[in-house]
Structures are given as structure tokens and as C-alpha cells.
Write a protein that binds this ligand. Structure first.
Ligand code: NAD
Ligand code: 0WE
Length: 258
């Protein structure tokens, strides 16, 4: 039985009801986990209100702003966490960002700033958050991040995000090797394309989804809740022997050669 009762789970990356992180939070909650939610603050506080309303039924014991580009916010987040929780068991890293200009046209034109931004937010943040969370994972732990096939194979327009995901997947392996002796496991879920705020801002996402529906063994795309179930599994004791892995939740699309 998948049982997360007594476990404290910090979930990053919820922007709205389509966010993969929201699907994960729902499944962790259903399995009995105690939730802490972080969101990206904006000047008008619009995100804060929307996300707070959305997660209210999941009864989070923590709700904190955390922009991963800001070290002070990360420190503040984990200081607040340690006041409320005696330990962290689960960290869900479910965020990515690249400048929009860098997700169209030719990869070769990527600017220095664009490259830095994409890798700082989408790759380095996993290491930075793990650095902050690991000392609180005193009973062992599970860190789960989200990646995409574009980090392993060339997907048109994914461009600099592909480089960021390659760095993210390799970070999973280095972190898994270092944190293993503390019984902290680190894994990635490689999800197939799903309509979310981030993916919908990208031209041609619907065509990609239709392509997957034609080619993938299961002849459909996956849902946020299916990704959530795999995250809950990886976060549970059922996955106690799994670390450093990239697990594809993509209707089998990745196995196809043509
Ligand atoms: P989303 O837009 O719902 O989530 C992206 C999140 O990143 C948002 O909550 C946003 O606030 C957050 N974020 C951006 N910059 C941040 C910063 N500086 N600090 C803190 N948070 C920041 O989109 P999503 O599709 O659910 O994306 C979640 C993860 O899933 C990403 O890592 C993405 O690469 C991955 N993924 C998505 C798909 C897909 O097709 N949607 C497929 C595979 C993997
Ligand atoms: O990782 C992602 C989305 C990443 C993303 C999306 C945006 C759009 C809006 C990162 N940064 C931004 N910045 C913005 O300003 N996915 C896996 C979804 C996705 O994005 C693609 C895809 C797929 C699939 C981009 C090009 C091609 C395919």
C-alpha cells in the first residue's frame, strides 16, 4: 500500500490547476502526506491568492513564497519550515523557466543571459534546494524532479531548455550518489507533453500532443495525476531501492524509434 502518513512533503512549482506540481500535491495528499507549498511571488500578489485558494482543500501546514533565483528567499523558506516541521521527508522540484525568445528559432542564437537564466532556474535550483533541504531530511528522504525527453533527444524549439534538462538529469545522478549514504534518494520523472501554463505558452504544443496520441504505445498523452502517482510512489517506501533514475511517464513514447 502506498502510504505517506507522517511524512512532510515540500512541493514547489504550483502556478494553477493545470500545473504538474498540483497533480503531484493532490496525490501526495491522498496518500496521507503533510504538505508544504511554495509559490513564485509576484508584485501584485496575484499568484499568492490564486495558489492559496487552489491548495486550500489540501490543507497545507506551510504556504511560503520562494523564488529560486533569490538565495535570501530560499534561506527564509527553510528557516520557516524548520520552525513548523521537525523534518522534511519529501522534496518535489517542479519548475523550469527559459526566456520565451529562446524557445523558438535556432538554438545557436541563444544569448549568454538566456542560457544563464534557463540553467539557473531549471537546473541549478535542484541542487540549491537539495542543499537547503538535505540537513532537514534527518530520517532519510526522497527528492523528485521533473524532466523532459528534450534533455536527451533533439525536440524542435525546446532548444536551451534541452540543455537545462540534460544538466538537471546529470544533477540527479551526482546528488543521488552523494546523498545515498544519508538514505536520501533522488530521482527524476520524464513526463510526456501535457497542456500546462508553461507548455501552452509554446507554439505547436497541441500538434506535439496529437503526434504522441498517434505514436505512443498507449495512444494517448499522460495526465498530471498519473505523473502525481509516480511521484507519490517514488516518495514512498515502496521505492526504497530506487535512486538516481529517470523514470518515463510518457505513455511509452520514449521507446519508439519511428
Ligand atoms: P507550470 O507553468 O505549471 O509550472 C512551472 C512552475 O515554475 C510555475 O509554478 C512557476 O511559478 C515556476 N517557476 C518559474 N520560475 C521560477 C522561479 N524563479 N522560482 C520559483 N518557481 C519558478 O508548468 P508545468 O508544465 O507544470 O512545469 C513543471 C515542470 O514539469 C517543469 O520542470 C517542466 O519542465 C516539467 N515538464 C513539463 C512537461 C509539460 O509538457 N508540461 C513535460 C515534461 C516535464
Ligand atoms: O519544460 C517544458 C516547458 C518549459 C518552459 C516553457 C516556457 C513557456 C513560457 C520554460 N520556460 C518558458 N518560458 C516562457 O516564457 N516542457 C516540457 C513543455 C514544453 O515546452 C516546449 C515543448 C514542450 C513539450 C517548448 C518547445 C517544444 C516543446
Amino acid at each position: 500500500m502506498l502510504d505517506l502518513t507522517g511524512k512532510n512533503a515540500l512541493v514547489t512549482g504550483i502556478a494553477n490547476n493545470r500545473s504538474i506540481a498540483y497533480g503531484i500535491a493532490q496525490q501526495l495528499h491522498q496518500a496521507g502526506a503533510n504538505l508544504g507549498i511554495t509559490y513564485l511571488p509576484d508584485e501584485k500578489g496575484r499568484f499568492e491568492r490564486k495558489v492559496a485558494e487552489l491548495v486550500d482543500p489540501l490543507k497545507p501546514s506551510l504556504f511560503l513564497p520562494c523564488d529560486v533565483q533569490d538565495d535570501a528567499q530560499i534561506t527564509e523558506t527553510f528557516t520557516e519550515i524548520s520552525k513548523t516541521w521537525d523534518k522534511i521527508d519529501i522534496l518535489i522540484h517542479c519548475l523550469a523557466f527559459a526566456n520565451r525568445d529562446d524557445l523558438t528559432g535556432e538554438f545557436i542564437n541563444t544569448s549568454r543571459e538566456g542560457f544563464k537564466t534557463a540553467l539557473e532556474i531549471s537546473s541549478y535550483s535542484l541542487t540549491r534546494l537539495s542543499q537547503a533541504a538535505a540537513p532537514l531530511m534527518t530520517q532519510g528522504g526522497s527528492i523528485v524532479t521533473l524532466t523532459y525527453l528534450g534533455g536527451v533527444k533533439v525536440i524542435p524549439n525546446y532548444n536551451v531548455m534541452g540543455i537545462a534538462k540534460a544538466a538537471l538529469e546529470m544533477s540527479v545522478r551526482y546528488l543521488a550518489a552523494e546523498l545515498g549514504p544519508k538514505n536520501i534518494r533522488v530521482n527524476a520523472i520524464s513526463a510526456g507533453p501535457i497542456r500546462t501554463l508553461a507548455s501552452s505558452a509554446v507554439g505547436g504544443i497541441l500538434d506535439m500532443i496529437h503526434h504522441v496520441e498517434k505514436i505512443a504505445p498507449l495512444r494517448r498523452t499522460v495526465t498530471q495525476l498519473e505523473v502525481g502517482n509516480t511521484a507519490a510512489f517514488l516518495s514512498s517506501d515502496l521505492a526504497s531501492g530506487i535512486t538516481g533514475q529517470v523514470i518515463y511517464v510518457d505513455s511509452g513514447y520514449e521507446i519508439m524509434g519511428m
